[in-house]
Ligand binder design. Sequence first.
Ligand SMILES: Cc1ncc(COP(=O)(O)O)c(C=O)c1O
Length: 367
Amino acid sequence: MGVSYNNYKRMNEFLRQDIKKELEILLSLDNDYALFKYQYENEKQIGKMLGSGYSVGTSSGTAALQFCLVGLGIGENDEVITVPHTYIATLLPISNTGAIPVLADVLGDTMLIDPDKIEERITEKTKAIMPVHLYGQMANMDKIRKIGERHNLMVIEDAAQAHLGRYGGKLPGNKSHAACYSFYLNKVLGGISNGGIVITKSRKLQDKIRILRNPESNDPLVLKSLRTPAYLDWEQIAFIKCKIKHLREWLERRREIAKMYNEELAHLPIILPKEDKKAYHVYRDFVIRANKRDKLVKYLSRKGIETNIHYEQPVHLSLTYKYLGYKKGDFPVSESICQQAISLPVNPFLANDEIFYTIRKIKDFFK
Ligand SMILES: Cc1ncc(COP(=O)(O)O)c(C=O)c1O
């Protein structure tokens, strides 16, 4: 039996008729004005479904984060606090602006930023905190918002992996200056390749990002931006529109699969992902931790089960961020997660027998 990590073919098959219809609409648009209208109206609609307030589509989640930073006036030598255990694209937008990523370790249970480690990293150069809602679970936004308020810092949420995740019933963007999503294909909500969106309660920030994503703009802010067209393209919008209708149902299925894994794998020598009581985890990934991780990955692969490793290396040990001066041992929790983490298939197109097969093979491995 083969178990697919992404199941793109099944998803596309399920959406095929809707996608065809939506692409027909696009193909019937006769001029730039009609295309811009399609883009503007639909990205607004998508924004409304993902959060409250204002929204602006972008070419990627990375662009969304970078535009937020620039739009909020963060740049050269400012410090932004984030985590070492994330995808590198959390840090790239920070360093692209000339700002300095300052790292705080994650919690051992949720694998998300440890709020108690944030304040010790704050200096007079700190301008913002960027929590990452990794694997689909939101960080503790109650505590992070309070720290932000206490120190007059901006909070920008990297929600690239957590569409419709909630903390204390609130979506990303509710307790911060902005939240940024990615529509990369492998997210819980994707386009056909990539895209992004910023959700913010600030109309001013929305307007600034509209300027920043337009390379023709003469605004001085644009000098610090990507200087490349960075819109959410219409073909991405067409795919997102077809998928977003099913998002809630797909997230519920992801949670159901997570529950099956949690129940069935409970007694094995592995660490299961912890769901914060206040969080609605959307399980972009179901990440377990095992000492014999590499052997387990190979074993499952031989049994036809695709898995992933998120991530092989904490960002402070990457070549890209060597210049920050951190060394091995600085963030022990993140470092240990990277050695042990293995992501199991949790996409909503998995059949129950495929999940039970995966569970059985994991149990066999530990026998
Ligand atoms: C945690 C995190 N932040 C930021 C990004 C950047 O998003 P994009 O790939 O759309 O630029 C990603 C995407 O993989 C991500 O997983």
